[in-house]
Design a protein around this ligand. Sequence first.
Ligand code: DAH
Length: 345
Amino acid sequence: MKEQLEKIYSNAVIDIENSKSTKDLEDVKAKYLSRKGEFNEIKKGLKDLSVEDKKVIGSLANEISQKLETSICEKFKLFYEQELNSKLQKEKIDVTLPGQYIPRGHVHPLTSTTNEICSIFQSLGFSVVPDEFAPEVETEYYNFDMLNVPKDHPARDMQDTFYTNIAQNVVLRSQTSGAQIHAMELKKPPIRMIAPGRVYRNENINSRKNNFFHQIEGLYVDKNITFGDLKGVLNEFIRIYFGESRPTRFRSSFFPFTEPSAEIDVQCIMCQGKGCRTCSGTGWLEILGAGMVDPNVLRGVGIDPDVYSGFAFGMGVERLAMLKYAIDDIRLFFNNDVRFSQQFK
Ligand code: DAH
C-alpha cells in the first residue's frame, strides 16, 4: 500500500507540473483529493489492515495528501498572479495622454457689458435691484401712469408699445423706468438703485433699432440731491466705462417723469463724428436719458417733494456696447452668429 501511495503521489506531482491553467488544476485536485479521488479509495482499504499498519499507512496518506494540497494551492496562486498581471497589462491606462479638448463657452457681449456697467454703479454706491422688482411684463400703471405719462401720450400707442392679451393694460414694458416706481413703493429714501433689463418696442428693425433691447435704469432719491449730483455721477460713469476721453455732449430734453430732463450723446466711434449710417449722419449716438425726478412722481409714491429730491437715468446697453467695441449694427447682438460672439471671449 505504501508503494501504491508513493506512486499516486509521484503521478500527482507530475500532473500538477503539467497543469497549464486553473482549469487543469481543478481537474488534478478532483482526480486525487476529492471524495471520489484516488486517496479516498486508499483510505477506504485501511479498515482491513492491522492496527500497526493502519497507523503507519494512515499517517503517510495524510502527510502525502496534505503535501499535494499545499502544492496545488501554490500553483493556483501562481496562476492567479499571472492572470492578474496579463489583465493589468492589457487594460493599462496611460494617464499622461492628453485629454479630449472641450471648447469653453463665454458670456454674451451684452451680458458682459451689463455686468460691467452694474459694477461701475455699484462702485459709486448704487445697488442692483432683484429681477422680481423690475418685471418685463408690466402693467400700464407702472410703465406709464405712475411715471406721469399722460393718457394720450403717443408712446402709449399700439404702434409703439406691445400690448398683451393676458389682461387689459398689461404690456411688455417699453422702458425700465417702472422699476423706479417699484423701488420707491418698496423702500423709503435714501434710495440709490439700478435695474438692468430687457424692454420691448414696436419698431421697424434696422441697423440701429430692434424690437427688443436692454436698458439700465438708475435712481437716486435723498435729501438735497441736485442736478450737479446727476452730472457728476453720469460723467464719472462715462469716464470709467470708456476708460479714455470720448467727446460727449449734454443736451436738454423732455421726459414726463423728470424735470428738468437731459440726454447724453457720445461721439460715434465708427466715423469719429464725421457722420455715417450708424449715427444716421449726425456724428453722435444717444446713450441715455436722465433728469430730476418730477415732483408728481414722488408724490404718487408718497414721498414728499418738499423734503426729498432725486435724479434718474435710463441708458441703452446695446448703444454703450456698440460705442465701445465699434459694432455698427444692433442686429449682430441677436443673430447668434458665433463669428461675431467669439470676438468677445
Ligand atoms: N425711459 C427713457 C427711455 O426709455 C429713458 C429715461 C429718461 C429714463 C429719463 C430715466 C430718465 O430714468 O430720468 O427713453
